[in-house]
Ligand binder design. Structure first.
Ligand code: ADP
Length: 397
């Protein structure tokens, strides 16, 4: 057995998964949260044991203490890290800027570069670095690898990533489209090629990653050529609490007319908009249930959500110069037949036809949901960002 530990560190929590990289199976997973708060919480599941999940509540002063707790959970509940043959730790990092075009072994210089990119991802990169520091001190004998959400999109042409503002100003402040969810878009577009049994190099694919955060990616021959998120994950689709695309002048207008500050506008667009802003509820399950029960506000919000997705699908068919496959993934995309159908309704003229008999039944496995006659194959493929991070980690060490 050969194992890789995958870490996704936030500012007050981190998730982990131990993956057997030979069989690509999860050996264990867990969560350490409320770090630095009065009482912290830790959860650990040894997938091979039938003991279920182990939970404890106790003060966890910092990330280093959290990692020590995780190591203790492995020792007590298994699997034993020594037996698992841990060869590396893979870290999810949201923002790699224009510097990191692929997975990168972390040394002090790389750790500093990730820290310096905090200007572009103030909520994420500092939290990742806290996790990297704690993990490097707990696992000093194995390589640590950073896998960036942005790397997959570094293949975008300048025409796709350039904002039409003054070039000197943009260059000085590193303003451009970066795109996010890269591990998911990469994993799912590769899985789609395998699923339809065609070479990745000749496939034109649109991936709809619809979770709480949501983004679309146009993938041409395995490479991202355009994506809906931008400098930050705020751009693009309507999300749980983020507005997605908006006329930037709305901000000037609200500042001048409603006296809203930059901080208030930031909070409003990132945390109080999207489905939450439109309906008062940011959870797609609740919005969907309300719409099915006849709630006109919920239905109107879904109509906005669908309209935005369709706009991107049309745009990306044009950017790709054709289309073979559309893939739905993430919490909403994998689980909601109603939303998949709504998002692609009316696109029959573009060769996209959902088959209700395949689309409606709930399932957890990769599957086709389009009709046999549909020129474009529509798939649902569960994403697995942790496995993608583990694969990329192994590839680089
Ligand atoms: P994150 O971006 O946080 O990783 P996920 O990919 O886990 O998000 O997706 C979470 C979203 O998926 C939530 O809005 C949740 O309501 C939605 N979701 C989960 N199951 C369903 C379902 N059956 N129908 C509609 N939405 C669902």
């Amino acid at each position: 057995m050969t194992a890789i530990l995958v870490i996704n560190s936030g500012s007050s929590s981190f998730k982990y998964q131990l993956i057997d990289i030979d069989t690509e199976t999860e050996l264990a997973g867990g969560l350490v949260e409320r770090i630095g708060e009065g009482t912290g919480h830790a959860r650990h599941t040894n997938t091979a044991s039938d003991a279920g999940r182990q939970e404890q509540n106790l003060p966890i002063p910092d990330h280093t203490a959290g990692f020590a707790l995780m190591v203790a959970a492995f020792a007590e509940h298994g699997p034993q890290l020594a037996d698992a043959n841990l060869i590396a730790v893979g870290h999810r990092v949201v923002q790699g800027g224009s510097i990191f075009t692929g997975p990168t072994v972390i040394d002090d210089a790389v750790q500093q570069q990730i820290t310096d990119l905090a200007d572009l991802a103030p909520l994420h990169n500092p939290a990742h670095v806290q996790g990297i520091i704690a993990a490097r001190s707990n696992f000093p004998d194995v390589p640590h690898v950073a896998v960036f959400d942005t790397s997959f999109h570094q293949s975008m042409p300048a025409a796709a990533y350039t904002y039409a503002i003054n070039t000197a100003l943009a260059a000085e402040h590193s303003i451009r489209r970066y795109g996010f969810h890269g591990s998911s878009h990469k994993f799912v577009s590769e899985a789609a090629a395998e699923f339809v049994g065609r070479p990745l190099a000749e496939l034109k694919t649109i991936v709809l990653h619809l979770g709480n955060g949501a983004s679309v990616c146009a993938v041409d021959g395995g490479k991202s050529i355009d994506t809906s998120m931008g400098l930050t994950p705020l751009q693009g689709l309507v999300m749980g609490t983020r507005s997605g695309d908006i006329d930037p002048a709305v901000l000037f207008h609200l500042h001048r007319k409603a006296g809203m500050s930059i901080e208030q506008l930031d909070t409003m667009l990132n945390k109080e908009s999207g489905m939450l802003g439109l309906t008062g509820n940011g959870d797609m399950r609740d919005v969907e249930d309300a719409a099915v029960a006849g709630d006109a506000v919920a239905q109107a919000a879904l109509d906005v959500y669908y309209h935005r997705i369709k706009g991107y699908v049309g745009n990306y068919i044009a950017q790709l110069g054709g289309l073979d496959v559309i893939v739905f993934t993430a919490g909403v995309g994998e689980n909601s037949g109603i939303i998949r159908e709504g998002a692609l309704r009316g696109l029959e003229g573009l060769g996209i036809e959902i088959d209700p008999a395949k689309n409606d039944p709930f399932s957890r496995v990769a599957r086709v949901v389009s009709t046999d006659a549909s020129r474009v194959t529509v798939l649902v493929i569960p994403t697995n960002e942790e496995l993608e991070i583990a694969r990329e980690t192994r590839a680089v060490i």
